[in-house]
Design a protein around this ligand. Structure first.
Ligand code: FMN
Length: 517
């Protein structure tokens, strides 16, 4: 398979679109008896418990989300407490709820179906409190498990074609996706979910790293086979999705390359039976990079896309000035975040609140595929149901100008209900934010790996929106959608684009207290 064989992405993307008919004709049901384990467990490796009493960063959530990564001038090296903070607030358990199918352990970042298919690993040099090694993070017992002893950072840097952030990082977190854990419910669409669910987690990870004074960025260019081998992954089941170098040392102090033989480490099977969806393995294969040269070439692409001409009517956005922004810390906001299960359709939000969400979530992700920094692959389209100061209707967010352009005026709650897979949530929210992308241009530029990039970017921006909404004590939820109907709704403006992601924002419905006896 070849990253330039773009048919592979179109086959996967078109083959996993939702439509009114595809939903009704799918005989799939949830086999609760075969529900996958939510954690990856290595039964024969001793846990190294992480500290649980990490000092709070004290950094306000909105600045953690949107302010530029700290200057890379000085050395900033994480210690074990920093790592524990970053891992916990990215993937740790924040709530537990009983469910007839078994307890559900909710995590720091939103995830489709609460299935948590993203695993985290750490490749580090010697840090205060942690010896150099390759580790797996288990949120169930908040522990690391040592998979390989020693400093393997050169292996990783080489796999990333000596990308500067990885080369200078004291530690790098690797995010992987486990197919079956999510495909149990979502079947072949899971490959899209890898990007979404990894993205929401990255929004937390980048914010908490920034709040800890540590630069971090998303690195999507790496030789897949090398990284998978380093983590000893069974790639029919689990694959590396991205690297996140954490911290920086000014001089590159990489050790020599080390041998990384297969380990064949035992892990507990997720379910009695697993179903493989070949379309996802093909999509992954077709978007894999095979050599350092290919990685270096891939990374050299520029992300500039022509902005479209402004529509007739545009509203300027005014994010809350800093002194009026809520001061809750990033940790407090992550702990109280949760997807809204019912919105109050009689409520409204203010234009300042919406502006603050749009502005702080779209200030540019630090990512190797966004060059120059600050560019963005996804375009944002909105259906406004109830935002004070805005006419009801459909809008395009003009990011560079920080304006909302009115595409069509009207009451579109019924349309939103339909577009969001006939769910009440998008109909009752105050605003629905649709992520659309010019997939054709993206694939031409990045090959099939552009598909990973655009999904991941959407998830990360969506994750930032979740945090910006909860900072302001609003509610939010990710949603899925009928692909082609979304494009038709926003056309002619959106003609030729593809639907990537959807997030609804509003005020949670306050449930009436139960009458006591
Ligand atoms: C990309 C994405 C899509 C989602 N789609 C839906 C959806 O279509 N319907 C729904 O009720 N919840 C949806 N959710 C919410 C998840 O079910 C929720 O994140 C998960 O149960 C974990 O709960 P929490 O977000 O409260 O921590 C989605 C979440 C994400 C991140």
């Amino acid at each position: 398979m070849n990253n330039r064989d773009l048919q592979a992405t179109w086959k996967y993307h078109d083959g996993t679109k939702h439509s009114y008919w595809s939903i009704r004709n799918n005989p799939h049901f949830l086999d609760w008896a075969n529900r996958p384990q939510p954690f990856k467990i290595y039964p024969k490796i001793e846990p190294l418990p992480l500290p649980r009493d990490m000092p709070q960063t004290g950094v306000a959530a909105l600045s953690a989300i949107s302010e530029p990564v700290p200057s890379a001038g000085d050395d900033s090296v994480p210690d074990l407490q920093d790592l524990a903070r970053i891992l916990y607030f990215s993937a740790g358990i924040t709530k537990q709820r009983a469910h007839p199918g078994g307890d559900i352990y909710f995590r720091a970042a939103a995830c489709t179906g609460a299935l948590y298919e993203i695993e985290l690993y750490v490749v580090s040099g010697d840090l205060a409190g942690l010896d150099a090694g390759v580790y797996h993070f288990n949120p169930a017992d908040v522990s690391l498990r040592l998979l390989r002893k020693g400093d393997f950072r050169r292996n990783l840097a080489q796999a990333a074609a000596m990308e500067p952030a990885v080369t200078h990082a004291p530690a790098t977190i690797i995010c992987t996706g486990t197919y079956w854990r999510n495909a149990w419910k979502y079947q072949a669409r899971t490959y899209r979910h890898f990007g979404w669910d990894n993205g929401t987690l990255l929004a937390n990870m980048l914010a908490v790293s920034a709040a800890s004074g540590l630069p971090a960025e998303i690195v999507l260019g790496f030789v897949d086979g090398e990284v998978n081998r380093l983590l000893d992954l069974d790639t029919r089941r689990e694959v590396s999705l991205c690297l996140v170098p954490i911290g920086r040392t000014s001089e590159s102090s990489l050790p020599a390359l080390r041998d990384a033989p297969a380990l064949g480490l035992e892990t507990i099977p997720l379910s009695e039976r697993e179903v493989e969806y070949p379309g996802m393995l093909e999509m992954h294969d077709a978007s894999s990079l095979h050599s350092e040269e290919e990685v270096a070439q891939w990374r050299g692409k520029q992300t500039v896309f022509p902005s479209s001409a402004p529509a007739v009517e545009a509203v300027h956005l005014h994010p809350l000035p800093e002194e009026e922004q809520p001061k809750d810390t990033i940790e407090q906001v992550i702990l109280r975040r949760g997807s809204t299960r019912a919105f109050d359709k009689t409520a409204s939000i203010t234009l300042d609140q919406l502006s603050t969400i749009l502005y702080s979530a779209t200030r540019g992700l630090p990512a190797d595929f966004l060059e120059p920094p600050g560019t963005q692959l996804n375009d944002l389209y909105l259906i406004v149901h109830s935002v004070q100061g805005l006419k009801l209707g459909a809008y395009f967010f003009q990011r560079e100008r920080n304006t909302l352009e009115l595409l069509k005026e009207g009451k579109f709650r019924a349309e939103a209900y339909h577009l969001g897979l006939e769910q009440e949530l998008p109909a009752d929210a105050c605003v629905d934010i649709f992520f659309l992308a010019d997939l054709k241009s993206i694939l031409e530029r990045y090959g099939n790996r552009g598909y990973r990039a655009v999904q991941l970017e959407a998830g990360a921006i969506g994750g930032r929106m979740y945090l910006a909404a909860y900072t302001q004590r609003l509610g939010a939820t990710g949603l899925t959608f009928f692909d082609d109907d979304v494009i038709n709704f926003f056309s002619p403006h959106a003609r030729g684009k593809s639907a990537i992601f959807l997030l609804a924002i509003g005020k949670p419905l306050k449930r009436k207290p139960q009458q006591g006896l």
